[in-house]
Design a protein around this ligand. Structure first.
Ligand code: ADP
Ligand code: MG
Length: 693
């Protein structure tokens, strides 16, 4: 049917409208997901699969699972909506074993496609309503009619508003059919080894015949992605070997003086981190160092010493943070410290007035500003450092590779030394593979006097009590965070649920001042709310995970995380780190109705440990091989397919690294391998803006 198409070569990199005119009507839906070209579509992979291939009889259905059944439609009735209640369509279903019902909300076309006496396959989530077994908004297809939505392994994709799973699946199926013949495999047969070829891997990754086929296909795609990353790293290593950094050498008394200026004594781990940095700075080889340390472990103090050291040696230094509020916090904390050492620290962000910005730009350009602390405004074109010796990136994973590179490029004739800070621990082997030649230091020891955060797991029945507790903390002058459920499928849905939760809480706790932040708000609105919260102008802040990163509100004593089982363990730990930063006794409540054992076990790990490294290891262990398509992995490059927590993929990364070194060694620009260069460009994180605002 598509034979004439197959003969025409399809340009995978042209807009869908022109590359595939028959799909022009789907182009705007795809655009909402960031899919502009057929190639984008091919690589828009499901984040999980529902296995509906196993048909059950109705008596076999178990609640809270997604299942399929072959049934007869006994009756269909439509209950009109009224007020805010949407229309409902209810179908009575039966098979030889028993009966069930299916319900759809507000989707008017369902009843037109269902007739009494139809034999259909229904696939969807099953729940028990009293004595009735009910499918909620299931997919269905007539028996004998092949469907990509039912009775098979069905892909589930991230969505955006206005695009349904079903529509997206249909569009992707058609694009695959049209485009797979045009796919060129970037690997030679010898390089590919036992992997499936690229077209097969893509087909299986979207529409597997069997669940068991998925792993091999994803491994192939993961390998391509890792190879693209390693090619870039190999080229970077090659280029960096040519660079020189300023040698920042200080005598022992000067270093002593700097450390003594801190308002506290460094912990052993902090002192060791300082030593390593001082040693690196003295070399002409540009430092590339990652300092990892749990939330609150005192990385900023280490950064302060490094900044002062660079300035004392006659160089400028810059610290870039991912948000305005973090940058302001750093400046607020560091400026007085540096001032005692006679070092002037300026603050720079996009929110300053144009006149103020110009002043700072001039101070930097004239060398008067010795330390600059700011947002990504510090890498804007107008900023020119005549003698940049050290660049520090806080919460480095929030920035894109391009932004980090732009910061390093701010040096004039010498490459600045680079120090990256992160609170997300990275397993050593992984860091070596992914970050290449980055040196890694770790702060494990927390500053003295920290109180552990009491962590409890509760279910929704406890909400009234929890709310009373939030109110009593507010009465004591403390503040709380409420983190709404993570919605992996869509940021818009997540924002909507945050708004609904604010309404609910405002009704339940009318005396509390309640604010809201989520990812759909503009960065400046978000920052304004967080600043107000930090200033104590609100009792309670309802938030999505946008609060994850380093905000420091010592007065916050409670964090309530809803549907906690949906979050990664490292993420829960990070979130928990938003409280317990002051002297008040602090609490973390993990709200979860999940009953499955794995979910309970994962939450118990966070409840029972305050050690981010231990939690990361346990997370890795509990993820096992099951979860191939991990959700966002903060602290790591934004990988689409590969999961660096997957031991198998780590091996792939090592293999990719070896292959990349060879390829780049032989042909640095990959001029003789256009398909590989294309692959590398496709996955290049260079355009990536990070999520820094
Ligand atoms: P993070 O590693 O999360 O960036 P910070 O640098 O913000 O941690 O430090 C957290 C808090 O601990 C800050 O209030 C800081 O002043 C304090 N702190 C850091 N180091 C020490 C230390 N050695 N002794 C006492 N307090 C410290
Ligand atoms: Mg910090």
């Amino acid at each position: 049917m598509q034979s004439s198409r197959v003969l025409d070569p399809i340009d995978l990199d042209r807009p869908i409208r022109s590359a595939l005119p028959s799909l022009a009507r789907g182009a705007s839906a795809l655009a909402k997901l960031g899919i502009a070209t057929p190639r984008d579509a091919l690589w828009y992979l499901p984040f999980r699969y529902d296995d509906f291939s196993d048909l059950r009889s109705l008596v076999e259905l178990v609640p809270d699972e997604k299942q399929s059944a072959r049934v007869m439609v006994q009756a269909v009735r439509v209950e009109p909506g009224f007020g805010r209640r949407p229309q409902r369509v209810i179908a009575q279903l039966s098979d030889a074993s028993g009966s069930a019902e299916a319900i759809w909300f507000g989707r008017r076309y369902v009843e037109r496609r269902l007739r009494q006496g139809d034999e259909i396959i229904v696939s969807g989530k099953v729940s028990q309503r009293g004595w009735r077994t009910q499918f909620t908004s299931p997919e269905f297809s007539p028996v004998g009619h092949e469907s990509i939505h039912t009775a098979r392994v069905v892909p589930v994709y991230h969505l955006a508003a206005g695009v349904t799973q079903k529509r997206l699946r249909e569009l992707l199926a058609r694009i695959l059919e049209a485009c797979l013949p045009a796919i060129e495999d970037p690997l030679t047969d010898a390089e590919r080894g036992s992997f499936p070829d690229l077209a097969d891997a893509l087909r299986t990754a979207h529409f597997p015949e069997e669940a068991a086929d998925v792993a091999e296909a994803l491994d192939r795609l993961a390998f391509d992605e890792l190879l693209a990353l390693q090619l870039t790293l190999a080229q970077g290593r090659m280029a960096r070997d040519q660079l020189t950094a300023p040698s920042i050498e200080l005598d022992a008394p000067t270093i002593h003086e700097i450390v003594e200026a801190l308002p506290f004594t460094l912990t052993g781990d902090q002192a060791a981190a300082v030593d390593a940095i001082i040693t690196d700075l003295a070399s002409e080889r540009p430092m590339r160092r990652l300092l990892q340390g749990d939330v609150g472990s005192g990385k900023t103090a280490v950064a302060a010493v490094a900044l002062a050291a660079a300035v004392r040696a006659g160089w400028q230094a810059v610290l870039m943070a991912p948000t305005e509020i973090l940058a302001r916090q750093h400046h607020g904390g560091l400026a007085p410290l540096l001032d005692r050492l006679g070092v002037r620290a300026e603050f720079l962000s996009g929110s300053l007035t144009p006149a103020r910005k110009r002043e700072i730009h001039e101070a930097i350009g004239g060398g008067l500003a010795e330390v600059v602390i700011g947002t990504h405004a510090v890498i804007s074109e107008a900023v020119e450092f005549p003698r940049l010796g050290l660049a520090i990136v806080d919460e480095q994973h929030r920035f894109g590779v391009g932004q980090r590179a732009a910061l390093q490029a701010k040096g004039s004739d010498r490459e600045p030394h680079l120090l990256a800070l992160t609170a997300t621990p990275i397993p050593r082997t992984l860091a070596l593979t992914v970050y290449g030649d980055l040196s890694i230091g770790t702060i494990r020891e927390l500053p003295p006097g920290r109180q552990p955060i009491r962590t409890e797991i509760r279910d929704r029945r406890a909400l009234p009590k929890i709310e009373a507790f939030l109110a009593s903390e507010a009465a004591k002058g403390r503040q709380s965070f409420v983190v709404v459920p993570l919605v992996a499928e869509s940021e818009a849905l997540e924002a909507a649920s945050a708004e609904a939760e604010v309404e609910r809480l405002r009704a339940a706790l009318p005396d509390l001042r309640i604010g809201l932040v989520h990812g759909q708000l503009r960065a400046d609105e978000r920052d304004a709310t967080m600043t107000a919260f930090a200033a104590g102008e609100m009792d309670l802040l309802v938030a999505t995970t946008v609060i994850e990163v380093g905000i420091d509100v010592p007065n916050a004593s409670v964090i309530l995380i809803e549907d906690a089982e949906r979050f990664g363990l490292a993420q829960l730990h990070q979130l928990r780190g938003r409280v317990g930063r002051g002297t008040h006794r602090s609490f973390c409540i993990l709200l979860s109705d999940a009953t499955d054992e794995l979910a309970r076990e994962r939450l118990a790990v966070v409840r029972d440990s305050q050690d981010g490294f231990h939690i990361a290891e346990q997370d890795l262990r509990l993820r096992g091989a099951g979860n191939l398509l991990g959700t966002r992995q903060s602290g790591l490059p934004p990988l689409r397919v590969a999961s660096l927590f997957e031991p198998r993929h780590l091996k792939l990364a090592e293999r990719a690294r070896g292959m990349a070194d060879e390829l780049v060694g032989a042909d640095p620009e990959l001029a003789s391998r256009p398909a590989l260069a294309r692959l590398q460009a496709d996955f290049a994180p260079a355009e990536d803006e990070g999520d820094a605002a």
